[in-house]
Design a protein around this ligand. Sequence first.
Ligand code: IMP
Ligand code: ZN
Length: 350
Amino acid sequence: MAVPLAEFCRQLPKVELHAHLNGSISSATMQTLLKRYKNRLEREGNETPQLWETTILKGEKRALADCFLMFKMIHTLVNDEESVRIVAHEVVREFADDGVVYLELRSTPRANPATGMTKHSYVQAILCGIDKALSECRTTMHVRLLLSIDRRQSVAEAMDTVELALAHVEQTPHHTRVVGIDLSGDPTVGDIPALLPVLHSAKERGLKLSLHVSEIPQRNEETALLLSVCPDRLGHGTFIHQEAGGSPELEERVLAMKTPIEVCLTSNVKGQTVSNYENHHLPLWHKRGHPIVICTDDKGVFSTTLSEEYAIAGETFFLSQEQLRQLASHAVEHIFEHDLKNELLKLSDV
Ligand code: IMP
Ligand code: ZN
């Protein structure tokens, strides 16, 4: 008898390639962080904050702008090295519990002079949390990290992030966890033409690139600019395909470049850039044989898991368990850690 879909998707060895660290915090970890934050405020004699909304429950939706407000609130709680370590540890553990065998986390290095956290120590704290989680992991799991450039950052700040990533690669040449750069942040802001040389430089110096593109409508010009950097993967790409409001030229260009698209179903539906699951762009690309990778984006904020995203894809687009297994297996081809591909392909072939 066939295994029920939800259980099949949980057991499937999966790779997660698009997960923002601070968007991936579960509600259990959020409670821990809130308690820590309140204790600290009380110790300092400050008023305790009201409870904030940092997750969008099942069946609910929010404007994209409100999702970005949630990230701001989360950043208030994740404001020192210890909280960053806690978050990285819990997020990795939860992905492992969900059957993820290879995880590429991404996060925007942040400094906070009030707690002594620097961008460098922020990254160190993430690496420390990852190591702790992996040392406790009962199954084999691999984790890599992309450093994110926020679209609203200046060229100097973006360049600092590239230098930080390269410094990590240089310090740990044979076992580096930092493998690339992500471009993310509120898609309605930022000076993309100014950031292009930074992205080019990252690529030329050996870092992989995953760029959020076409997350909102009518950004064809910006998307064309970002494609000119030859990114290794695209995040969302919601409005590229001509049937999704893009253009035939952009669609053909992406098809010719064969650049994999990281698709995040629940994120797009709850953030309201896509009206419902049925109208998602996943099948438009899938039926043209273009590589897509199912991802969560922000499993905490959007209250989902990678297993659930596979199950939703299966149910919505009538994909068989064999087709879902193939999607998971093909995702391995698009990981940024080339040396692990064979090992992971063997896992997903069972
Ligand atoms: P962090 O980089 O670990 O702090 O994760 C949260 C950050 O990820 C947010 O502040 C955004 O910059 C970015 N992010 C999360 N989800 C999205 C998305 O859907 N689009 C663009 N940026 C996002
Ligand atoms: Zn994202």
